[in-house]
Design a protein around this ligand. Structure first.
Ligand code: EPZ
Length: 417
């Protein structure tokens, strides 16, 4: 089991290029099995454990997959299996997106509940209800979900909550279903737009992605394409927080500033100078950040729940008292306990964290509780006095490519042991 060892206190300076988006590439890879004419060539795929598992699922299903650096080529022209074994399903949350993709391709699917970071209850009722609304028959037996989509048809669906995954499953299931499917209260996250753009590049007809109302007109088949995955917006926020907490001065390249609007405005309110131009962001931080009165996580374009742990760490050393309300996932404050080991003063009451900023944190032995919680510990460690050892690094590796190499290039003292 590897650990990250970080000696804190150095301001991060320099340029970092942001990797391709994990949460965009995973549904895009699942969607690639819908292509029966030609192959799909997907550029800017980050080198992450979750991508490796998704490639394993594609190969299990019978697709021929070639991975060459950051480019993945999927040839799904021959027969694709309709089932995924539990051992693969349970390795990540986004395996649930194969439910829609396999149903669209094979008119039936056999999958189990997905895995993923433990952020509290992560039900899949919205995914199942959505497929039922498309006239798919769903039964469950011995831990497996059986989808019969032989009689599926287009429909008008209103999601009770704008779930990212359920929206993706609806796009996948409906894009080759005859007629017009209209989805209301859809998730508006940029990753939804990226999936819709990819499907449209393969010949699908999807309009309105990025708004709460999406219209999908079914087409008989999809063809090959060449596509470049969007930059990862949470990784971008992570590097900005690393610089902000250390009084640093960094430039991000390969990013989409519009995707980060809420987080950028909070970083500016903390006292950072933030400048965005085209695909670049410049952040210059003061010696000590100022607290934020109140942040609340909400679906896009609100403040992302995935950046909540990052700001928990960031605000631990800000001057004054900050409040963060977590409205999306019920157990996403576990990282507060780990930050406390480093001297942070955070009180949690239900879904509200009150952060009393301390001038300095001190190095300690801590754990990554989940992917973003792990990144939060890195942010805290970079700001702390002394050395911090972070274990459970496998969580961080699910979402960050070459993290220590990038941080070292920015002047941080980080090594993996
Ligand atoms: C996606 O998860 C992301 N994962 C998450 O990223 C992200 O935190 C989340 O969206 C919210 O932005 C991927 O894209 C692979 P949801 P997803 O369905 O699709 C409830 C990261 O760190 N819900 O929008 O699982 C659910 O419990 C991660 O990269 C239901 O009640 O998120 C939660 O409270 C972790 N029933 C809320 O909706 C359902 O059937 C949002 O979930 C589905 C969801």
């Amino acid at each position: 089991m590897s650990k990250l060892v970080i000696r804190g206190g150095k301001p991060l300076c320099g340029t970092v290029s942001v990797q391709g988006s994990k949460n965009a590439v995973l549904p895009i890879l699942a969607a690639s099995i819908l292509c029966t004419k030609g192959v799909t060539v997907i550029h800017n795929c980050p080198d992450l454990d979750d991508v490796t598992i998704t490639v394993k699922i594609l190969r299990f299903l019978g697709a021929r997959v070639k991975r060459d650096g950051h480019t993945i080529t999927v040839d799904a022209r021959s027969k694709i299996k309709h089932r995924i074994p539990k051992r693969l399903m349970q390795k990540l949350r986004s395996s649930i997106i194969f439910m829609g993709a396999i149903t669209a391709r094979n008119h039936r699917a056999k999958i189990s509940a997905p895995g993923g970071c433990k952020l509290g209850a992560r039900p899949i009722d919205l995914h199942k209800d959505a497929l039922r609304a498309l006239a798919c028959d769903i039964t469950e037996k011995r831990g497996y979900i059986y989808v019969n989509g032989k009689n599926r048809r287009s429909s008008e669906i209103t999601l009770r909550f704008p779930s990212v995954g359920a929206t993706e499953n609806i796009l996948l299931t409906s894009c080759m279903t005859g007629g017009v499917t209209v989805l209301h209260n859809a998730a508006c996250e940029p990753e939804i737009v990226d999936l819709a753009n990819f499907l449209n590049a393969m010949g699908a007809s999807i309009t309105g992605a990025g708004t709460p109302d999406i219209t999908v007109t079914g087409v008989p088949e999809l063809h090959g394409t060449v596509y470049t995955v969007m930059p990862d917006r949470i990784v971008a926020i992570t590097y900005l927080c690393c610089a902000a907490v250390t009084g640093g001065n960094i430039y991000l390249s390969n990013t989409v500033p519009d995707h980060l609007e809420t987080a950028l405005s909070y970083l500016a309110q903390c006292g950072c100078l933030v400048e965005a131009e085209d695909s670049r962001i410049h952040l210059s931080a003061p010696k000590r950040l100022t607290a934020l009165a109140e942040i609340e996580t909400s679906p896009y374009p609100g403040f992302p729940t995935d950046a909540q742990s990052l700001f928990l760490a960031l605000l631990s050393t800000a001057k004054g008292t900050s409040i963060i309300c977590e409205r999306i996932f019920e157990s996403r404050f576990k990282t507060a306990d780990e930050l406390s080991r480093m001297g942070a003063d955070i009180k949690i009451k239900k879904d509200i964290a009150t952060i009393y900023g301390k001038e300095r944190l001190s190095g300690a032995q801590v754990s990554a509780c989940d992917l973003r919680g792990g990144a939060a510990m890195v942010i805290a460690a970079l700001a702390a006095e002394g050395t911090t050892e972070i274990d459970n690094v496998c969580y961080i590796d699910r979402g960050y490519e070459a993290l220590e190499k990038n941080l070292q290039a920015l002047g941080a003292s980080v090594k993996r042991i």
